[in-house]
Ligand binder design. Structure first.
Ligand code: HEC
Ligand code: HEC
Length: 461
């Protein structure tokens, strides 16, 4: 009975979230249709509704975060002695991969190929815990389990995502939140253990080995200063606190969340978009065109929280298999995201097989590898995927010897029905007109370039 009350509360909460979002007012991108004044300003490249963005206040790093910074850049923790967190999450590359390889190499000789593209570490500090549907935390005395929420999600119809319906879709009872492409970690601290010990990454070996290195590190005395003298004798605590410190570094250091892109300046009325950037912005927000903002949310919240270009939800887009990955030599190997093989607690919920977290698009134009399996190396290829996946799949997927297009070739056929075919631009059919012309693709790419941090208004407004 109490479980049912909890489930009802989840549903009720979802409804409330929807109502709040609907009341939030018109999506600004709709303005240009209705308001002549706003459309005049947009035509000038200006933001008709400037806002004051609420950025995290930059403060000097705490002692904990300073210790975390040393751990973050310390390659001695890896078995090769050559890999630190910063090797894959490069500060010079907005904490994304330093090169165009689809995945990075790790292990003792840096010869073991990883399995997924390296995500950026920026803008993760507000990521909520993994859940299915909006989180009812604190509302119910017994929280429904993930399988119970999944069962509820199967009963409640999911609202189609468009750039104009983000309000309602926020309440969809679907997987959301969490870290990694499959959401299998909830906190930055929990997360950091993964690469530290993974044989494909830093390959730290064991907690005992990593603890021994930390005890001998030049910064070892910071541990005793922060956690007391006994910390060095407790290997699990020592490694766990080291990862806590790394998490503090990512949370406190301004370089992980500067919100200093041209688009942020534009939101504040301090920059003018060029005509191609402005066309791109409108296409990004137009449900009949790119509809990108349906999932990559681009509007600030009413209280000025800058947009993160993700709705934190998961989708199966059916991106093509990457033949450059060593794991893919095995025809029976599939990376199914939420339902495995790296995440293990939702393997039974096969309706989620193939789903991956929607990544932020901030700084995306500086990346040279895209999607969870690193299949693409340019934004043009990514845009072509959105444009032609359904209208002309022969441009996207390989063909069998007898000429059949292998659509969704990176997912077992039994999961093809999980692939998103509802949300524009994925609602089209073979032979129909693609959502975007080549020029419109270029406009969207120009807009994506405005999302790169480090814009100086004086230099290029
Ligand atoms: C060999 C390359 C490599 C190294 C070294 C590495 N990572 Fe990663 N990191 C990855 C990959 C690949 C992923 C995505 C894995 C997945 O989704 O399964 C990832 C994911 C993450 C994420 C989740 C990001 C997101 O968008 O959800 C965080 C946080 C992170 N790493 C932090 C760290 C920290 C802290 C260290 C050092 C202790 C580190 N990483 C070392 C490759 C690396
Ligand atoms: C239905 C939700 C949805 C819509 C609509 C959508 N995306 Fe995405 N996007 C995703 C998801 C989910 C991923 C990750 C998929 C994966 O790796 O398997 C992604 C990945 C990306 C990436 C790769 C980022 C990286 O770091 O690897 C880019 C670039 C991107 N999207 C741009 C766009 C653009 C441009 C549009 C509009 C034409 C768009 N998206 C529309 C959900 C969406």
């Amino acid at each position: 009975m109490r479980i049912f009350i909890s489930l009802a509360l989840v549903a009720a909460l979802g409804l409330c979230v929807a109502i709040v979002f609907v009341l939030r007012g018109p999506v600004p991108a709709g303005d240009w249709l209705t308001s002549p004044a706003a459309s005049f300003e947009l035509a000038q490249g200006e933001n008709p509704h400037p806002v004051v963005l609420d950025r995290p206040v930059a403060k000097p790093l705490s002692a904990m975060a300073k210790l975390g910074r040393q751990v973050f850049f310390d390659p001695s923790l890896s078995s090769s002695g050559r890999l630190s967190c910063a090797s894959c999450h490069s500060p010079q590359h907005f904490y994304g991969p330093p090169n165009a390889q689809p995945v990075m190499f790790g292990g003792p000789n840096l010869t073991r190929q990883g399995v997924r593209a390296v995500p950026s570490l920026m803008y993760l500090e507000t990521e909520l815990n993994f859940s299915i549907g909006p989180d009812p935390a604190g509302e119910a005395d017994i929280l429904p389990t993930l399988p119970q929420r999944a069962a509820l999600g199967a009963l409640v119809p999911r609202v189609t995502k468009t750039a104009q319906s983000t309000a309602q879709t926020a309440a969809n009872i679907v997987p959301q939140g969490g870290l990694f492409w499959d959401g299998r970690a909830n906190t930055l601290q929990e997360q950091a253990m993964g690469p530290l010990l993974s044989p494909f990454e830093m390959d730290g070996g064991s907690i005992a080995r990593v603890a021994a290195i930390l005890r001998a590190a030049p910064y070892a005395k910071s541990f005793t200063q922060l956690f007391g003298p006994n910390i060095l004798n407790d290997p699990h605590m020592l490694v766990s606190e080291a990862m806590f410190a790394v998490a503090r570094y990512q949370i406190e250091d301004e370089s992980f969340h500067p919100f200093s892109s041209k688009y942020d300046a534009w939101l504040e009325g301090k920059a003018r978009l060029t005509p191609t950037e402005m066309r791109g912005y409108l296409l990004f927000n137009n449900p009949a065109k790119g509809d990108c903002a349906a999932c990559h949310l681009d509007q600030p919240s009413p209280d000025g929280q800058p947009p993160l270009f993700t709705d934190h939800q998961y989708e199966a887009l059916g991106v093509p298999r990457n033949p450059d990955l060593a794991v893919n030599k095995n025809p029976n190997y599939f990376d199914e995201g939420i339902c495995g093989p790296y995440r293990t607690n939702l393997a039974q919920e096969t309706q989620y097989c193939g789903m991956f977290l929607t990544p932020t698009l901030r700084n995306v134009a500086t990346r040279r590898v895209f999607f969870h399996n690193g299949i693409y190396h340019s934004l043009k290829q990514v845009l072509d995927f959105y444009d032609f996946r359904d209208t002309d799949p022969s441009k996207i997927y390989p063909k069998t010897v007898d000429g059949k297009v292998e659509k969704f070739n990176d997912l077992p056929q039994r999961f093809w029905s999980n692939v998103d075919t509802l949300d524009p631009p994925f609602d089209r059919h073979i032979g129909e007109k693609p959502a975007l012309t080549p020029r419109e693709e270029q406009d969207i790419i120009a807009f994506l370039r405005t999302l790169t941090d480090g814009y100086l208004p004086a230099a290029g407004a």
